[in-house]
Write a protein that binds this ligand. Structure first.
Ligand SMILES: [Mg+2]
Length: 253
């Protein structure tokens, strides 16, 4: 049975966009609440740029010689499962005396000072909330590192809540982390919403499995195959798309 367009569900966030759901030969419109979850690293903040700064500092501090910063950046691009694996290889390659845990801890202390969130993104998230959206962050990573990034960049002031895998004991693409993020925003995944991120497995496939519509941040790699609902180059375009959906209420994006 088709739901009335614009009907506000009792106790929920006002619906914004509608998904086509063919049912028994008729078109049903399913309301999607105004909940927008965002990945953190390389979605809201440019971690790759911060990493290059860190790599140059680390190479200099440890006197690793020419080419070391590039080697670190190349290793980072291999997308190792976690930083412990990264620093295990770094320690072995450069025969560093410090334990892996110490190298990793030093990284977590330093990197939040090297990341920043562009004003355009901070303003965009504020605009979403002013438009009635609940805005959250869902990110994999160590709790101290990720929460320090969120606070130091000012993101903590412009979102409703966040879920960090290191604090919750569950990682994207597990739907449980998306559910926690939604709950921190005062919402439930039962009413749908949106996930925005740069990782096709963790953010897009994970978001879809959690029942969310998805926007893939592709950083210009438009040739890649994807199954996101939308593809944009950078986060501000995703914010604009969501705000535009508000203005086209009644029409599915
Ligand atoms: Mg990411």
């Amino acid at each position: 049975m088709a739901e009335a367009l614009g009907e506000k569900p009792a106790g929920g966030i006002e619906p914004l966009t509608y998904g086509l759901t063919p049912a028994l030969g008729e078109v049903a419109w399913r309301p999607v609440q105004r909940l927008a979850l965002f990945d953190l690293d390389d979605t809201l903040i440019d971690l790759r740029a911060a990493f290059r700064l860190w790599a140059a500092e680390f190479a200099d501090d440890h006197r690793l010689g020419p080419g070391a910063a590039d080697w670190l950046t190349a290793l980072d691009s291999q997308d190792l499962p976690h930083r412990q694996a990264f620093f295990t290889q770094v320690r072995a390659h450069f025969t560093l005396p410090a334990p892996v845990d110490d190298l990793w801890a030093a990284y977590r202390r330093r990197i939040p000072s090297l990341v920043h969130c562009p004003a355009e993104i901070l303003d965009g998230l504020s605009s979403l909330r002013a438009d009635g959206w609940r805005v959250g962050i869902v990110t994999n990573g160590a709790a101290d590192n990720q929460s320090a990034k969120i606070r130091r960049t000012g993101l903590a002031d412009v979102v409703d809540g966040w879920a960090l895998s290191g604090a919750e004991g569950v990682r994207k693409p597990d739907a449980a982390l998306f559910e926690i993020a939604a709950r921190r925003c005062g919402a439930s995944l039962d009413d749908g919403g949106w996930m925005v991120g740069d990782d096709l497995a963790k953010d897009i496939a994970g978001g879809r499995d959690a029942g969310l519509r998805t926007i893939w941040i592709n950083h210009g790699s438009a040739g890649s195959r994807h199954n996101a609902d939308h593809m944009v180059t950078h986060a501000p375009e995703a914010v604009e798309l969501l705000l535009r959906s508000r203005r086209s209420q009644g029409h599915p994006l």
